[in-house]
Design a protein around this ligand. Structure first.
Ligand code: PMP
Length: 456
């Protein structure tokens, strides 16, 4: 039974589309948020309402919504060839050039690129490469993977196990054994009273090492981390965290996989989150802003010693037995290649660096708001955390539906944000201007004020 009048597309959607991360029953009754057009950092719904897309969709639409130049590129490649694969040594100029350009912008020593179609595929492939590597090294007992509590690394069967969020496991009988979860670098909630960021980082590194020693270092294959935890709540790492954790990982000869699906391509103010935090990964997974989300494409970027092990395996087994029908898709590759050119022309990193201070100041200014307990961010990603009591950090009574009220208020004010539990994250398209950032925070502040007044 529909609870509001829906136009034809929305009615069709309510009747037939199954939606991820949606209350399926509520959707049958309420129908979708039907987005019909994009314009820069804005999206427009079927009723003509215009929203600033403060989350860039799913942390991904780096160049905003709608892009004629990318449309032309896609059209040309689709007209000329449309599809070819990358199996058995086949390639297309677009896929080859994209791989070369990605290698050129990747951290030094990471020159080999395996193209896929999604962040989940990239992480799943990286997981198989980690096991392939240790088999090549004659250490097949190195199987266990350590990620962090609260991590999100995708939603396939194995990547759901890298993902360390209870709601991704409940109902599916996951995770499989062999996936270990170490502490989340979430200073605001996980630090002990009075514990400084450096002290907290030291403790997390010690806890990680204790886990490795208890399991046996010879059984641990890889450590998996996002530089800034996105879906975990826009968690910026505490001071010293990656330096200390990376030292432990290296000491025990464990591979370091950086999931840069959100952080890659300027989100944290450098090309890679790994650069922002001094991480030297063995494998990088990237997606989303790789193509400004205009095409589904992802990549695993591989450090040379891992590639050498892959060569040995390929010698042993005759071929590298892994691949997807759409890996290296020429249309997606050509669009991503053009996106990387656009990033260079617009000086993406310079632009993010120049506007990030205003963005981060917007969060800082909300720290004193009566609803807000914590504010944090780096580059163009950040979050505020809603609390009922700033001192005890107690959360609001669920019956007050504070986050649903905030969501409704921001939408009424023409702003879409990303809500994660009691946290509200922003990661706007990287093309956003300083003026648009001010407008975005003005809308957010007005929405929080409305909700605070309602609660009083
Ligand atoms: N890793 C991270 C850090 C992500 O944020 C996401 C998607 N939000 C993924 C992996 C999975 O990407 P996809 O949805 O393209 O499979």
């Amino acid at each position: 039974m529909l609870t509001r009048e829906l136009n034809s597309a929305s009615a069709l959607d309510a009747a037939h589309s199954v939606h991820p991360h949606t209350n399926l029953r509520a959707h049958l009754e309420q129908g979708p948020l039907m987005i019909v057009k994009g314009d820069g950092i804005h999206v427009i719904d079927e009723d003509g309402n215009r929203y600033i897309e403060g989350a860039a969709g799913l942390w991904c639409a780096s160049l905003g919504f709608g892009n004629a130049r990318l449309g032309e590129v896609a059209k040309t490649v689709m007209t000329d060839i449309g599809y070819y694969h990358n199996f058995r040594g086949a390639s297309t100029p677009a896929a080859a050039e994209l791989s070369a350009r990605l290698a050129a912008v990747a951290p030094d020593g990471m020159d080999r690129v395996l193209l896929q179609s999604s962040g989940t595929e990239a992480n799943d492939t990286a997981l198989k490469l980690v096991w392939y590597y240790w088999n090549a090294k004659g250490a097949p007992e190195r199987r266990k993977i350590i990620s962090r509590s609260g991590a999100y690394h995708g939603t396939g069967t194995l990547t759901s196990c890298l993902t360390a969020k209870a709601n991704f496991h409940a109902g599916f009988g996951l995770p499989f054994s062999g996936f270990l979860y170490t502490g989340m670098p979430y200073h605001y909630r996980m630090a002990r009273p009075g514990e400084s960021e450096q002290e907290f980082s030291t403790r997390l590194a010690e806890e990680l090492e204790a886990m490795i020693l208890a399991e046996g270092p010879e059984t641990i294959a890889a450590f998996w981390a996002e530089p800034v935890m996105g879906s975990g709540g826009a968690i910026t790492p505490p001071e010293g965290y990656f330096e200390k954790v990376q030292a432990v990982v290296r000491k025990h000869g464990i591979l370091f996989v950086a999931d840069e699906v959100i952080c890659g391509f300027g989100r944290t103010g450098e090309m890679w989150g790994s650069q922002t935090y001094g991480i030297e990964p063995d494998l990088i997974c990237c997606a989303k802003a790789l193509s400004a989300a205009m095409q589904p494409i992802s990549a695993v970027i591989i450090r040379e010693h891992v590639f050498q092990a892959m060569l040995e395996q390929s010698d042993r087994y005759g071929t590298f037995v892994h691949g997807y029908t759409y890996g290296g898709h020429p249309v997606a590759s050509a669009v991503a290649l053009e996106v990387l050119k656009i990033y260079e022309e617009m000086d993406l990193i310079g632009h993010v660096k120049s506007i990030a201070p205003g963005f981060l100041a917007g969060f800082e200014a909300l720290r004193d708001h009566p609803l807000v307990g914590d504010a944090r961010g780096v580059g163009l990603i950040g979050a505020i955390e809603m609390v009922a009591d700033k001192t005890t950090k107690a959360m609001h009574d669920p019956s007050l539906k504070v986050m649903a009220r905030i969501d409704a208020a921001t939408r009424r004010n023409g702003l879409i944000t990303r809500l994660i539990g009691n946290r509200l994250a922003l990661s706007p398209p990287q093309i956003i201007t300083s003026g648009e950032i001010e407008e975005m925070f003005a809308r957010l502040k007005a929405s929080l004020d409305t909700v605070a007044a309602e609660l009083n």
